[in-house]
Design a binder for this molecule. Structure first.
Ligand code: PGD
Length: 753
């Protein structure tokens, strides 16, 4: 066993062609001062009992023994289940947690809460909230119809031209849910380039496509891709370059959409001149791009970031329609691909056997929220909300239980979230480090990190099954989530059901055996658990990429209809139209955002903030690590700004700046860059929230968390997805002594425990 701290060295897998720099964050995690050493309870909660209140996030903490902490949590669970029932428990607990199939915090908490009596859950993800809901209406479920229907291999061998809406940033290909053993995006893009495939990057940030690909950059105004797509479609149709036969045979609703496109009813053709005024790409460039894409094997890709904004359903829908107008849907290397280039495991061949998965049991509670409606739920109990054709009501939550996520990182409008977090009686958090979510809890139970436990690593899109051996002993008194829930289950009389009599090692064996059986069933050699554990890894067989249901549909739409209401590509959806949502009508439309160029807010906050995924860490995880810290400017998160916008504000490279709008303000370190379209600034997510005065209503985040600025509203009534990607802000130089960054210091009462 390695000593903790300085002796830890993390090396990439020898077969990884393009290892991720994020590995550099891991060594610090073993013993950083931000780690939580002991169970901690907020003083006010401990002394005055469970109750709503503003003290959460500003009180001091008191260290308690594990047995006291577990007694307190068990008693509070009993009180809430007994007094209010399971509809008062929110176990949505969204978050990426860490790699490893058994110690996956989400699986553990959901399994435990299902046994304890059930809980209000959350559905969908912050990553893909709008696409997950719109795609089944128009093409088919995301995984089957849009995620992997065009593989990297096929792009390289078959595509001629790629219209990459939102780009294919390599930083996003560094990470994949569950982990990734081979980073292949750079290599595949190079191979495609060497084959002469033409790439068009449509996005406000030039490095959202690697330079070596020599993509043509179309620096679009953020949030206006639908207007550009309409302008392209208009050119294709009016110049007779659209595939009318495809639209007639494989799609429904073309005529109605064409009326809109050509402006037959509203008098406004969505032609390149109209589009140019909205999206900022010149009309002749739009016309030329449409002509280049026509009559070739063209692929329209749509990054996840595009749909993480107000009306995020529209770019996904219009991307599908543009691919249909080109007649490319279902052809090898052509058509529409969602999120290809947005995560490490999209576009890789699917596995031929299932990966190990912890059984989570059944939830007795039907109530749910779309995941990004967290603050709405806590602030508006009992009130109605719309979701995908349903009218539902927010439950009244008394107890919030979180493991493996960081809402004070991932949620929008953090000042509103602080008000929402004051509402429940109790907030319980399992965390390995003092994130803002841990600081805003009543009971904080210290969790181990991956290095400190044994597990099996696997991801749906990656062929490597990894025996994750323990590298170091747990920090302080930290326990695995499994051990914490076992302790609670014992107190609630549920130990036998929760553990099924297995130790963690026995669980690994049990989970491994399900994959092994599947391998043996298809006559693939499979080592037993001991052999697997000793050898350290096992390569799983994959399926050939055959284009899935969309390719089969293209071959014969009568034999293999799409799983949509009509069995065809839905250019118009009668179902969506019947919902009568003005923010998501029955066919794709340009819907101006509330915060965009020309909106009232733009007069005071003229810069478009892109709050995208960071390049130096996974979301907010290990922000104290070496890779993340190396990119900070005077300890603050870097904000990139175009030199013209900087000069207009007298901002120089390296200055500390203040970003603000009506929702909040944060500091950041200025980095001048011409990789951004003028009028656009970029502050990635993930800097740990660090309020200068936790008692203030809208404190300044001194570190640079963009979610103090973002808007907490759903994409539309259809999907209610996260809209954190875009908001309007202003920026100014921060003169005077900057307040210290204290995000990584333990909160009052926790230092030295
Ligand atoms: P992470 O930083 O990964 O962010 O939001 P998410 O909450 O997933 O947080 C995971 C937390 O789990 C960390 O604090 C980590 O310490 C903890 N953890 C890790 N392993 C374990 C474990 O084994 N046990 C326990 N108990 N805890 C563990 C990510 C979310 O942010 C996502 S997916 C997206 S795509 C969104 N993107 C944006 C965006 O583009 N723009 C904005 N403005 N906001 C976003 N938020 C969303």
């Amino acid at each position: 066993m390695l000593a903790r701290g300085r002796d830890i060295k993390v090396v990439p897998h020898p077969d990884d062609p393009d290892p991720s720099g994020l590995l550099g964050n891991i060594p610090a995690a073993a013993s950083h001062r931000a780690r939580i050493a002991r169970p901690m309870v907020r003083r006010g909660w401990l002394e005055r009992g469970a109750a709503p209140g503003e003290r959460r996030g500003r009180d001091e903490f008191v260290a308690v023994s594990w047995s006291r902490a577990l007694d307190l949590v068990a008693a509070e669970l009993r009180r809430c289940y007994g007094g209010y029932g399971p509809r008062a428990i929110f176990g949505g607990s969204y978050g990426w947690a860490s790699a490893g199939r058994f110690h996956d915090a989400q699986s553990q908490i959901h399994r435990f809460l299902n046994l304890a009596g059930g809980y209000v859950r959350s559905v969908n993800s912050y990553s893909s909230g709008a696409a997950t809901v719109i795609l089944p209406h128009i093409l088919g479920p995301q995984g089957a119809a849009a995620g992997n229907t065009v593989s990297w291999a096929e792009l390289v061998s078959e595509s001629a031209l790629v219209l990459a809406f939102g780009g294919m940033a390599l930083k996003n290909n560094d990470v994949g849910g569950g982990g990734t053993s081979r980073h292949i995006a750079r290599e595949r893009l190079r191979q495609a380039r060497d084959r002469g495939i033409e790439f068009h990057l449509i996005g406000p940030i030039r490095d959202d496509m690697p330079t070596e690909i020599e993509a043509t950059w179309h620096p679009i105004r953020p949030g206006t891709d639908v207007a550009l797509m309409l302008g392209l479609a208009h050119t294709l149709v009016t110049e007779g370059r659209n595939d009318r036969a495809f639209l007639d045979r494989f799609c429904v609703g073309w005529e109605v959409f064409e009326d809109y496109l050509l402006g037959r009813h509203d008098g406004q053709p969505k032609d390149p001149a109209w589009a140019a005024a909205i999206c900022g790409i010149p009309a002749d460039e739009i016309t030329a791009l449409a002509r280049r894409a026509a009559g070739r094997r063209s692929l329209v890709t749509c990054s996840q970031s595009l749909q993480r904004a107000e009306h995020g359903e529209q770019p996904v829908w219009m991307g599908v329609v543009l691919a249909a107008v080109l007649g490319q849907i279902g052809l090898a290397g052509g058509g529409f691909a969602y999120a290809l280039g947005s995560t490490a495991n999209t576009g890789k061949p699917a596995l031929a056997v299932p990966v190990p998965t912890l059984p989570k049991g059944r939830n007795s509670v039907a109530d749910f929220i779309p995941v990004a409606r967290l603050s709405d739920m806590l602030l508006h109990p009992g009130e109605p909300f719309d979701y995908n054709g349903q009218r539902l009501n927010y439950p009244e939550i008394r107890l919030v239980y979180w493991a493996g996520g960081n809402p004070f990182h991932h949620h929008q409008d953090l000042n509103r979230l602080r008000r929402a977090f004051a509402r429940p009686d109790t907030v319980i958090v399992h965390e390995s480090a003092w994130t803002a979510t841990a600081r805003n809890a009543d009971v904080v139970l210290p969790a181990t990190i991956t290095l400190e436990r044994e597990d099996i690593g696997a991801a749906a899109g990656d062929p490597l099954l990894v025996a994750m051996h323990r590298a170091v002993t747990p920090f302080g008194e930290a326990r695995d989530d499994y051990e914490i829930f076992t302790g609670l289950a014992e107190r609630l009389g549920l130990a036998e059901q929760f553990t099924e009599g297995r130790s963690p090692r026995q669980w690994l064996q049990y989970l491994y055996d399900s994959t092994r059986r599947a391998l043996l069933e298809r006559s693939t050699a499979a080592p037993d658990f001991e052999q697997f554990w000793e050898s350290g890894e096992l390569v799983l067989p994959t399926l050939s990429s055959d284009g899935g249901i969309v390719r089969a549909f293209r071959r014969d739409p009568d034999v293999a209809p799409l799983p949509t209401a009509s069995g065809k590509v839905e250019i118009c959806s009668e179902i969506i139209a019947s919902f009568d949502y003005p923010d998501c009508p029955g066919h794709p439309m340009w819907l101006p955002p509330s915060e965009g160029a020309g909106s009232p807010a733009a007069a005071r906050f003229p810069l478009q903030l892109v709050a995208n995924q960071p390049a130096t860490r996974l979301h907010s995880q290990l922000d104290f690590g070496a890779t993340s810290q190396a990119a900070k400017v005077s300890g603050r998160e870097p904000v990139r700004i175009n030199p013209h916008d900087a000069a207009a504000r007298n901002i120089r490279d390296g200055d500390i700046v203040r970003l603000y709008n009506d929702r909040g303000a944060c500091l950041a370190g200025a980095v001048l860059s011409d990789a951004l379209r003028p009028g656009v600034i970029q502050l990635s997510t993930g800097a740990w929230y660090d309020p200068d005065d936790p008692a203030a209503e809208r404190p300044l985040c001194v570190h640079g968390n963009p979610n103090v600025l973002t808007r907490d509203t759903g994409t539309s009534r259809l999907a209610q997805g996260c809209t954190g990607q875009l908001s309007l802000v202003e920026i100014e130089r921060f003169d005077g002594p900057p307040p210290p960054v204290k995000a990584f210091d333990p909160p009052p009462g926790a230092a030295g425990t």
